[in-house]
Design a protein around this ligand. Structure first.
Ligand code: NAD
Length: 507
């Protein structure tokens, strides 16, 4: 263990601290004082308590957001941008604290969570200028009218997020809704809401009261947000079953809603035999996000389809590199990969791992508890499966953990059919030095976000989102910005100017 453990970040950042929700600029407990215990996945020990919001708390948060929204929408983009700038300053000041809270609460390694905070800053700086460049249109639909479009914010937006990038999701996902004049109610995932409650202090300082509200808890506050009549725009990041449930519940509320859904992935990486083997193996490991969130990423390339000519060498090299990973306590600076987020998720990932072995895949490395890591933490060394058949569960189901399945291919068309055979289509990746092969294969992979000779990287301004059951809507781009605005067309009938002129002259 390194010094960081000796300095006890839990005492420094968590103990003795009262984590409260943010509603209307006030820090509050849940109605009736309900709280839930959140765990430290690195040790399996209770960490702290967080408020468990009721539907009544969500109602109060929505009312606060409604009250604040007209004033916020009346501000210029520059004025709203000034609040973003203050928020960015606070992120820099409190970077270490936020990264540590994430590491302690989620199990993601602290080094990666520092990067997540830095990535968040890029979005804080990036959205205001994008909003400044929003344009309406004049449409020449008829000669006798001026037809023009303008934008209106929805009002109150509901933002529900997943557990895997806690601070980054809470810090960045509300921003496009905010810069376009909406107020927001954020509900983070219950497994990892501590850092969002820390972040609430920054929101309170940077934004006018009620513009940003944070409620914590699980399905009850989530459902209250989704079904509330005042919340027409819901942005959701999470699993396919919850996404489908939210679509249903939104419809059942009797109110038409605009939903964007960022859901799961079972992403294919295709590797042709002309690649530089080291580079491709590094790309596959990097694209699994082992050292960011233990592979618990929607964009992870958990299916690697490798041409038979280099298959054995690829598997051996991937296994060798991953076997050297230091898996341990998330808030230790020396850790490459931390524990999984919760006992429940750990059990599910283990069950899928066992299904791979039972169905005849070859577990080449990992899947077990690392030497020296605390016994009750939810640890799993990065696992590599070889000889994976397309119908196995590890090749079809999203595992959302540190498990990479490597499948051989010999035939181009059969490989494409296999890559596209799952009902998810978030990301994909193609590795080859042949331009035609790269671009034509990218075109035929059914996914919303495709890399050629790369993986995992996001570029603000490029639309991120999935096809098939991976969701609907696009984020991180102009498309996301306008998705928080309703479009209006105004038709101005232009009367004969000569008659108007005569009226003016004749008084
Ligand atoms: P989840 O669906 O279990 O939970 C997501 C959020 O929904 C949480 O905040 C949860 O409390 C809330 N929720 C649960 N029930 C609800 C209900 N009835 N009404 C409203 N809200 C409700 O997902 P998770 O386990 O937190 O995250 C893992 C999943 O998220 C994976 O499938 C992963 O692929 C996906 N994900 C997708 C993206 C993306 O950008 N596409 C990013 C990260 C994670």
């Amino acid at each position: 263990m390194t010094d960081i453990i000796a300095s006890d970040p839990i005492s420094t950042y968590v103990r003795g601290r009262d984590f409260q929700m943010l509603i209307g600029g006030e820090f509050v407990d849940a109605e009736g004082g309900a709280r839930t215990v959140t765990m430290d996945p690195s040790t399996g020990a209770p960490l702290t308590e967080v408020p468990e919001a009721t539907a009544g708390d969500v109602q109060r948060a929505i009312e606060a957001a409604q009250a604040a929204q007209p004033g916020w929408a009346a501000m210029t983009v520059e004025q709203r941008g000034a609040c973003f700038a203050r928020f960015g300053e606070l992120l820099v000041e409190r970077l270490e604290e936020l990264a540590m809270l994430d590491a302690i609460d989620s199990g993601n390694p602290v080094s990666a969570m520092r990067t997540d905070v830095r990535i968040s800053l890029g979005y804080v700086e990036g959205w205001p200028p994008m909003a400044k460049w929003l344009k309406g249109e004049v449409i020449p639909a008829s000669p006798g009218n001026l037809h023009y479009t303008s934008y209106m914010p929805y009002g109150v937006v509901g933002r529900i997020t997943a557990f895997n990038h806690p601070v980054m999701f809470a810090a960045t996902r509300p921003l496009p809704a905010l810069i376009t004049g909406n107020s927001i109610v954020i509900k983070p995932a219950p497994q990892t809401s501590v850092s969002t409650l820390g972040l609430a202090e920054l929101f309170a300082e940077a934004f006018p009261p009620g513009v940003v509200n944070v409620v914590t808890g699980g399905a009850e506050p989530g459902d209250a947000l989704v079904t509330h009549p005042a919340v027409k725009r819901i942005a959701f990041t999470g699993s396919v079953p919850t996404g489908l449930l939210i679509q249903r519940r939104a419809a059942e509320s009797g109110h038409v809603k605009h939903l964007s859904l960022e859901l799961g992935g079972k992403n294919a990486m295709v590797i042709f035999p002309d690649v530089d083997l080291d580079e491709a193996v590094e790309g596959a490991i990097y694209g699994m996000n082992f050292n960011v969130c233990q592979g618990q990423s929607c964009g992870s390339n958990s299916r690697v389809l490798v041409h038979r000519a280099i298959y054995d060498a690829f598997v051996a090299k991937a296994a060798e590199k991953l076997a050297a990973y230091r898996v341990g306590v998330a808030y230790d600076d020396a850790t490459d990969m931390g524990p999984l987020v919760s006992r429940e998720h750990f059990a599910r990932v283990n069950e899928l791992l066992e299904s791979g072995v039972d169905q005849g895949a070859k577990l080449v490395t990992g899947g077990d508890h690392p030497d020296g890591a605390p016994g009750d933490g939810y640890y799993m060394r990065p696992a590599v499966f070889a000889d994976v058949q397309p119908q196995m569960r590890i090749a079809t189901e999203e595992i959302f953990g540190p498990v990479m399945s490597i499948l051989p291919f010999d035939d181009y068309e059969a490989m494409l059919a296999q890559a596209n055979a799952v009902d998810l289509g978030l990301t994909a990746s193609v590795w080859t030095n042949d331009l035609d092969l790269a671009l034509k294969t990218a075109e035929r992979l059914d996914a919303g976000y495709v890399w050629v000779n790369d993986s995992t990287r996001h570029y603000m301004g490029t639309p991120f989102g999935g096809t098939k059951n991976s969701g609907t809507g696009r984020e991180e781009s102009h498309e996301e910005l306008v998705s928080y605005l309703e479009q209006k067309v105004t038709h101005v009938r232009l009367r004969d100017p000569r008659a108007a002129y005569q009226r003016l002259i004749n008084g």
